[in-house]
Write a protein that binds this ligand. Structure first.
Ligand SMILES: [Zn+2]
Length: 471
């Protein structure tokens, strides 16, 4: 699987030359990208114009030819000289029109475009860049790939007028070749040898956990276990950042049970409730909302205090200090939501691999729906999805999204649906007399989770959902 890591870099030897080279290459590349995009666009539009002009021309010719044929037939059929004369007049006029049309402007326009395009296409995109820019051949290769892919992706929307032609701005990264990056360790520091004999030193950061994780990743790269793919470098807030793209092998080492699926129900009370599609008993409630609530209450009161303190401070150094404290606190709050998602996603994937499941099912939720699924500020369902997908894919488990329609109102035992089966938030009661669970109180989160595990109504967008058709 393909994954990305950010690595802060610095150049220690021949700093100035190194940074100058990167700055120049970056500037040239971005100019080349814009020019290449225009080149592709012009060629495309011109080609389309020729096609259109050709077609319109052909249609007009055919129409007039048809008209002429019709008049000749009429000429044979009419008896009186007067009528014959009239028809002959029409034929004369039509012939003249046809003649003009054959030399028509459309045709000339088309010919002219053909000439221009033939001249411009003589130089393909790469040669065109070579002629106009002084770039290394690797940058040329990468930018040609990039602009061609972007063009393909954008062109339909551009022609529809839904977006403008893409412009590559100053902050765009420099696209580099993975094969040009050689990682090694010297005196317990990580280095990367690049082209033009530039050597980067990796700055591993101050946060211990992040730094350890990055070290582990770099070790795997050096051992050859992770393959380095084409990546990019960029300047962010005066730091040089490598956006390292890696191909990480998926470990399929543990056996999986064919057809076994984990269902995940997210909720207010219990952050995540997990079950299996093929077992009534195996289940787990992940996290306790009480713990999170405690932290949240603490955070809220801290935030209030900070805001109050800020209000009562008129200005100057004191205010600045308090504003900074509030900002730092907000970062902390965001990090808490991330920690929460990390915890839940790890446990969901652990449950799945412990139980040898092949797949994890989650509900496909719209943004407004996800707001009812957590008590946390700044909580992001999207982030949770990304984390689960990443961790699951790493151990060869697929993640799929199912239609959330009726997942909490249907009996997971017999599939019976009836209004009022979920009288209380926590409890589900099946009203089907034939069901084994008839009139028995079942944990509502468990019931929903099992419905999600058993569902095969996979959807990829909101419009496919029964749920959204109703609500
Ligand atoms: Zn039932």
């Amino acid at each position: 699987m393909i994954t990305a890591r950010k690595v802060k870099l610095t150049i220690t030897e021949n700093r100035e030359d190194g940074y100058n080279f990167i700055h120049n290459e970056l500037r040239e590349q971005n100019q080349a990208l814009n020019m290449a995009m225009n080149h592709l666009y012009f060629n495309y539009v011109a080609r389309e114009k020729i096609k259109l002009a050709d077609e319109t021309h052909k249609i007009k010719l055919a129409e007039d030819q048809g008209y002429l044929d019709q008049k000749y037939t009429e000429l044979k059929e009419v008896k009186t000289d007067k009528k014959k004369q009239n028809i002959r007049k029409s034929i004369q006029a039509a012939k003249k029109r046809l003649e003009t049309l054959r030399k028509a402007e459309n045709k000339q326009v088309a010919e002219k475009f053909k000439e221009i395009i033939a001249a411009s296409e003589k130089t393909n995109l790469r040669d065109f860049i070579t002629d106009n820019f002084n770039l290394t051949s690797d940058t040329k290769d990468r930018l040609t790939q990039k602009v061609s892919a972007d063009f393909k992706n954008d062109i339909v929307d551009v022609l529809r007028g839904e977006r403008t032609l893409r412009r590559y701005k100053k902050g765009n990264p420099l696209y580099i070749r993975g094969r040009n990056l050689t990682f090694y360790i010297k005196d317990e520091e990580y280095y990367i040898k690049w082209m033009k004999s530039i050597v980067f030193k990796c700055v591993l950061g101050v946060k211990k956990q992040n730094s350890l994780e990055l070290q582990k990743t770099l070790d795997k790269v050096i051992e050859g276990k992770y393959k380095v793919c084409d990546s990019s470098i960029e300047f962010k807030q005066n730091s040089l950042i490598l956006n390292l793209t890696l191909n990480i092998p998926v470990c399929n080492s543990f056996d999986k049970v064919e057809g076994r699926v984990v269902g995940v129900d997210l909720g207010m009370k219990i952050p995540a409730y997990v079950t299996l599609n093929d077992s009534d008993y195996i289940r787990r409630a992940i996290g306790s909302i009480d713990d999170f609530l405690k932290v949240r209450t603490q955070m809220q009161s801290r935030r209030r205090n900070l805001q109050r303190a800020l209000k009562s401070t008129k200005g100057g150094k004191g205010r600045e200090k308090k504003l900074k404290a509030l900002n730092q606190f907000e970062v902390k709050e965001k990090n808490f939501a991330k920690t929460y998602n990390n915890f839940i996603s790890s446990n969901i994937v652990k449950f799945a691999s412990d139980n040898k499941a092949k797949q994890i099912n989650m509900e496909f939720l719209s943004l407004s729906e996800t707001q009812n699924k957590s008590v946390l500020r700044n909580w992001s369902y999207y982030q949770l999805q990304q984390m689960i997908e990443y961790k699951a894919n790493r151990v060869g488990i697929k993640v799929k999204y199912v239609d959330p329609y009726h997942t909490s109102q249907i009996c997971s035992k017999c599939g019976h649906y009836e209004e009022g089966q979920r009288e209380k938030q926590e409890v589900f009661i099946c009203k089907n007399p034939e069901c084994k669970n008839f009139n028995i109180e079942v944990n509502a989160d468990y019931n929903a989770s099992r419905n999600i595990a058993k569902s095969n109504k996979y959807i990829t967008k909101k419009e496919e959902s029964e749920y959204y058709k109703i609500n």
